[in-house]
Design a protein around this ligand. Structure first.
Ligand code: ADP
Length: 536
């Protein structure tokens, strides 16, 4: 009477019935909960009459119970499909499908009261009353499989589109439970057609109810990988236990016992390592999230800083320009004769003002570069003319330091090159100024070189040189050499950074060479003769 089958049916009933009540109890107003519990009750209904049928002794009653258990089975797939549809929030799109499935299930419900679904019960494979199908049974199976598989496909499809890792995990759970239930539950159908496979799997038929309810009700989910490993391990252990119990003699018993112990050790190790891996992964995910947040904040700060520099520089430049204008008017005597002493002072003011202005200009360039707003105006320029202007401007400075400033103009002249003249002038003049700044004896020389469609401007000096380990850092933002502070206290470490950005925007290159400390330096700019397209 109480066989494996009746007991497993009763367990299925208990599980799905209690889950149905639990889901309703949690939140009766929520539509998802209502449909979920409806689905639980269809499974409960089916397994309840499965149980009654298994313990029945009269044929006539057994036929009635099988028809009633089928009544539950008829409504299982549509309830599952609707649960999935509501869970995935695609009710509107699938409205007609659901209506159609309800009509279909009603038709099969009606047919249950005729012999078209369950024709009769007869002894089959050890069961006293196993049902035999009528002609409507195959269409029912098609509906059952069709709706269930369609629900699985919907879940699988949304798995690909879904971005939230939590919902993804939920869907995986539903699919996983479904896979177990379909495989296990399908063992119920073979005997109907006299295929000798008894319903071994029936005990697992309500797995998907458990999984789906767990997914929808619980908020923090255990990783599915852990659960899968645990279930699999449990299965293997159970098989091993059965082997021990079935041992025919003492030796076999001992061997089976040893195998069991080895398996147990392996499985414990396996489950632990999977758990560890999963935990580490989760921690990593959390960390990544935190890092992304910190990164966003940093970016915001960086933007705020750039904006601040940009605004501050704009505000500073105007008054500096005014000071420059008035100082030069004063020096020219536009406001009356001035003494040599005052002239000296004015010159000092002018030098300091120039220094400040150049700093502000560098900062402005920097903020424009960082905001991606640096504008370029490309045209054809004779590069020697630009260098000539720079020489005129800086010759006096070099002479004051007792240095020579030579330019070796090429003959014939170089072809014109397509550049933003003002910006390239800024870059070269910074190089020449640096060369003067960082040279105590000797001087500075500018050379030109043409190679195919490239032009090189080489600024060499006989100054303090650059140590090998500083060579790469020179072009970074705010980077200054270790020893230069003694020679020049005003530098910002921005000139070469801005210079490289400008040269890069020209698709050119800029780099430094030096034999080492006190052996002079060479800065080389390489530009394309044809330049770049206008949009750059
Ligand atoms: P700044 O000159 O304002 O410090 P730059 O970006 O123009 O900023 O230069 C960065 C650093 O590169 C300088 O601080 C210096 O250490 C090094 N440098 C640049 N030009 C020379 C040169 N001609 N000789 C030696 N060192 C140089």
């Amino acid at each position: 009477m109480f066989t494996y089958y009746s007991i497993s049916a009763f367990i299925n009933f208990l599980v799905s019935f209690l889950l149905g009540i639990f889901v309703l109890h949690k939140n009766r107003k929520e539509k998802l909960n209502r449909i979920l519990s409806f689905w639980c009750f269809t499974v409960a209904f089916w397994s309840f009459f499965y149980f009654i049928w298994q313990i029945e002794t009269k044929e006539q009653m057994a036929l009635l119970w099988t028809r009633l258990l089928m009544l539950g089975a008829v409504w299982v797939p549509v309830a599952f499909l609707q649960t999935v549809v509501i869970f995935l929030k695609i009710e509107k799109e699938k409205k007609y499908l659901i209506i159609f499935s309800y009509i279909l299930s009603s038709v099969f419900t009606f047919l249950l009261f005729t012999p078209l679904m369950v024709k009769k019960v007869e002894p089959t494979a050890g069961f006293e009353f196993w049902p035999k199908p009528g002609i409507a049974y195959i269409p029912f199976l098609v509906m059952f499989a069709g709706l269930s598989i369609y629900a699985v496909l919907l879940a699988y499809k949304s798995l690909k589109k879904e971005t939230s890792p939590k919902i993804k995990l939920q869907i995986k759970y539903i699919l996983f439970g479904m896979a177990i239930s379909i495989t296990a539950g399908s063992t119920n159908y073979f005997l109907w057609y006299d295929i000798n496979i008894p319903p071994y799997g029936n005990i697992l038929a309500s797995t998907y109810v458990i999984f789906t309810v767990y997914v929808i009700i619980r908020h923090h989910l255990l990783n599915i990988k852990v659960i899968a490993t645990e279930i699999l391990s449990l299965g293997i252990l159970l098989v091993s236990v059965v082997h021990i119990l079935a041992a025919e003699n003492f030796i076999k018993l001992v061997i089976n016992l040893i195998i069991f112990i080895i398996l147990l050790v392996f499985i414990i190790m396996l489950v632990r390592s999977v758990e560890n891996e999963v935990r580490r992964k989760e921690e990593l995910q959390k960390l990544t999230k935190k890092l992304a947040k910190a990164n966003r904040k940093l970016k915001q700060l960086d933007r705020a800083k750039s904006e601040f520099i940009s605004i501050a520089s704009h505000q500073l430049r105007t008054p500096l320009g005014t000071v420059k204008g008035f100082v030069s008017l004063l020096m020219e005597g536009s406001y009356g004769e001035i003494s040599e002493k005052v002239k000296e002072v004015l010159k000092k003011i002018s030098t300091s003002n120039e220094r400040l202005l150049s700093l502000v200009n560098d900062l402005l360039d920097l903020s424009r570069i960082e905001a991606g707003k640096m504008q370029y105006d490309f045209d054809y320029w004779q590069i020697e003319d630009i260098v000539q202007e720079i020489k005129d401007m800086l010759l006096l400075k070099a002479k004051e330091k007792g240095l020579y400033l030579k330019v070796d103009f090429p003959s014939p002249p170089l072809p014109k090159i397509r550049i933003d003249g003002a910006k390239i002038r800024e870059v070269i003049s910074n190089l020449v100024e640096n060369a003067i700044k960082y040279t105590k004896r000797g001087g500075v020389e500018v050379n030109f070189k043409q190679e195919n469609n490239l032009v090189r401007i080489i600024v060499s000096d006989t100054g303090i040189g650059i140590p090998q380990d500083e060579m790469l850092r020179l072009f970074s933002k705010f980077s200054r050499g270790k020893n230069v502070g003694r020679i020049d206290t005003d530098g910002t470490g921005l000139g070469l950074f801005v210079g490289r950005k400008i040269v890069k925007a020209h698709k050119g290159r800029i780099w430094a060479e030096s034999e080492g400390e006190n052996k002079g330096s060479r800065f080389i700019i390489e530009l394309l003769i044809d330049g770049v397209e206008k949009e750059l």
